[in-house]
Design a protein around this ligand. Structure first.
Ligand code: F6P
Length: 454
């Protein structure tokens, strides 16, 4: 493989430190970095800070090309059109998306800025790999600027059914933007099918669920479920430091108590409220067991400038207070809640500690937390309760699948997960681990890059 790769994503894989930069941990960067470090390439993205756009520089063997976002761009392109219009719309419209032209025009303008940076970074023969819902117009724009390069697009979130996409006043523009790529990839088969149907409906033309005609070109559609660096998670989980931290946490929480864990960005799509309600139901049904189980919920702050996120935080925190008020004792609070992020070792200690991992989104592109939990269970213990509406449910078939719209049903499954016969628990976990061992993020990146190249 000889092509340089130019990744175009909303965020650079970096964060500022006191004296420079550090690479932010993340599946995408760990998967793509080795390819770029070997063959050269660039990453076009935003630093996460308003008006912060230093000239291109090299960090960790990757040329970093910052794109400037002003405070107005953050308000209208990022919080507005990306996270107030497209995010809720693409997640089954579980919050009403807002449609404003004063958000849409900045979305177009910022996409053009990303495309221009990418066009400048691309040398003849390079591949452009554009990521996610914030940048759906970039493939089309880039195609016009650089007809000589091959372009791939990967959507990390779900692509909605045609009836939902239909609400978007700019549905044609987004579809045409995506069809500027040579390959458009989705997390699941459902996303690919939804996209194909929408393109045929709103743009006409020819195609199937595997390819679409776009003028004189053919665009390939593929499903490529993203994954994690499975080996890294497994080896960290087996490390001495994590082992010690698990023992200390166990002591703090009570050695005989079963631990149920939730870890999510605080987002209304994640169903944190559902699992807390289900836990409350379970405690009401089995009051005598309230002392035997503890629920840990880590909620990582996210998009706090969007009203629906602030409202969800209030709801979640209200629920935590209510459950502890109803079922807590002086010596034991059934829910431990933390609003903040954990460093990677602490997070893995939490995974190892958890007897049951609860992942209950109403809709999720993939959900890597589910895969991370599975990767950190060396003894095949532990149960994964997983929403059937997460992309991960297509692969992790041996999880205990739930419908997050059915709180009583989630409570039933939670109870079952806490009392799984050891043989069944091991068999399920072994099968789940095998899946994430075989399908890691490197395999995902390679399959996407190969598809873009040909
Ligand atoms: O799941 C979509 C996604 O954009 C991820 O790629 C990202 O890690 C996460 O949401 C957080 O998004 P933001 O950039 O808005 O903080």
């Amino acid at each position: 493989m000889t092509n340089r790769i130019v990744v175009v994503a909303n965020r650079l894989p970096l964060r500022r430190t006191e004296d420079g930069w550090e690479t932010s941990p993340g599946g995408l960067v760990s998967a793509v970095a080795p390819f770029i470090q070997e063959q050269g390439g660039s990453w076009v993205g935003w630093t996460g800070v308003p008006d912060d756009a230093p000239p291109p520089f090299v960090h960790d063997g990757i040329e970093q090309r910052p794109v400037r976002l002003t405070q107005a761009d953050i308000d209208d392109f990022y919080l507005g059109c990306s996270n107030g219009t497209i995010w809720p719309l693409y997640h089954d419209a579980i919050r009403p998306p807002e449609f404003h032209r004063h958000w849409w025009y900045p979305y177009v303008a910022v996409n053009r800025r990303f495309a221009e940076q990418a066009a400048e970074a691309l040398r003849p023969g390079d591949l452009a790999w554009v990521h996610d819902y914030q940048l759906q117009l970039v493939p089309g724009m880039l195609r016009r600027m650089r007809p000589d390069v091959r372009i791939g697009f990967f959507l990390h979130i779900p692509f909605p059914p045609v009836e939902i996409l239909a609400r978007l006043p700019w549905r044609r523009e987004l579809l045409e933007g995506l069809l500027g790529a040579d390959v458009v990839a989705f997390q699941t088969r459902l996303g690919r099918h939804n996209f194909s149907r929408a393109a045929l409906r709103f743009l006409g033309g020819e195609g199937t669920t595997r390819w679409l005609g776009a003028g004189d070109r053919t665009v390939r559609l593929m499903s490529a479920p993203i994954s994690i660096d499975t080996r890294r998670y497994a080896s960290l989980a087996a490390s001495h430091g994590v082992g010690e931290r698990v023992a200390a946490l166990r002591d703090e929480l009570g050695t005989d108590r079963k631990v149920v864990l939730g870890v999510d960005r605080l987002d209304y799509t994640k169903g944190i409220d559902v699992r807390l309600r289900a836990f409350d139901t379970l405690l009401q049904r089995h009051r005598e067991q309230a002392d035997d189980v503890v629920f840990l919920q880590v909620a990582v702050p996210s998009r706090e400038g969007v009203g629906d996120y602030a409202a969800m935080r209030e709801e979640v925190e209200g629920l935590v207070g209510r459950i502890n008020g109803s079922h807590g004792e002086l010596h034991h609070m059934p829910v431990h809640y933390r609003y903040g992020s954990l460093d990677p070792e602490e997070l893995i200690a939490y995974y190892r500690l958890a007897d049951v991992m609860c992942v209950t989104p109403f809709r999720d592109g993939m959900n890597l937390v589910a895969k991370e939990y599975v990767a950190t269970r060396p003894g095949n213990s532990g149960a994964l309760v997983l929403s059937e509406f997460a992309g991960a449910a297509q692969e992790l078939r041996q999880a205990l699948l739930v419908n997050p719209y059915d709180v009583d049903g989630v409570a039933d499954v939670l109870w079952r997960a806490l009392h799984l016969p050891p043989g069944e628990e091991r068999a399920r976990m072994q099968a789940l681990r095998r899946q994430v061992q075989r399908h890691d993020v490197f395999r995902w990146a390679l399959s996407c890059i190969e598809a873009i190249r040909h």
